[in-house]
Write a protein that binds this ligand. Structure first.
Ligand SMILES: [Zn+2]
Length: 216
């Protein structure tokens, strides 16, 4: 009788309580880890950042690549928290996005599209031999995330749609990409306000003036 009482009155509620804590903790961890990988500089970020010597061709390739990520992300409604061409660990540049907590299909597709935009910009400029291995694995991870959200998607379809969207935006906004790349060449890192200032300047001036000073 006493043992039955202990099981029902003490043990069962305790296990239910611990189970609920574990589920909530797991969900929170999964959400925050996704956020962290995309939008928050990792621990030690400041210590590992450097501004290496680069020739003009390498500078143009890296600034254009990162600017393409940022412009496509912005045009698809993602918040660009920062865009940088400073070296961080093995990476020559990075864009941090501010993602919402409740990930939607459209946001996930936008992340895949913005991630592929760097490689597509390289390809459009004849840089076929560049390897963006981080981008490939990131795009694949986010594609799998999208596929898990909806049965209508398969990974190859996600990549087709994302590549088509990225090409269209880059064709329309080539001047804006050049302008962001030019600012990155001078500043190395743009925060959200600095990036938006370049975007607004491009949107408020005729396309022929939005070329980052390089000539159209
Ligand atoms: Zn990239």
């Amino acid at each position: 009788m006493t043992e039955t009482f202990i099981l029902h009155a003490v043990l069962a509620p305790s296990l239910t309580f611990l189970g609920a804590i574990w589920i909530i903790g797991t969900l929170r961890f999964r959400r925050s880890s996704r956020q962290a990988s995309l939008s928050t500089p990792a621990l030690g970020y400041a210590r590992r950042v450097s501004r290496p010597e680069r020739g003009p061709e390498e500078t143009a390739r890296i600034t254009g690549h990162e600017a393409a990520h940022a412009v496509v992300a912005h045009m698809l409604g993602l918040e660009v928290v920062s865009v940088s061409v400073e070296r961080i660990g093995n990476s020559d540049g990075r864009v941090f996005y501010g993602l919402t907590h409740s990930t939607s299909e459209s946001e996930s597709l936008a992340v895949v599209t913005a991630t592929m935009a760097g490689m597509i910009w390289d390809h459009l400029h004849g840089r076929h031999d560049t390897c963006s291995c981080d981008d490939v694995s990131h795009a694949l991870r986010e594609s799998l995330n999208l596929v898990s959200m909806s049965e209508k998607w398969m990974v190859p379809d996600v990549w087709d749609v994302a590549a088509m969207q990225a090409r269209a935006i880059l064709a329309d906004q080539a001047g804006m990409v050049d302008a962001v790349a030019a600012r990155l060449t001078d500043e190395w890192t743009l925060d959200a306000d600095q990036f938006l200032a370049v975007v607004r300047e491009c949107q408020e001036t005729p396309p022929q003036h939005c070329d980052g000073g390089r000539g159209v």
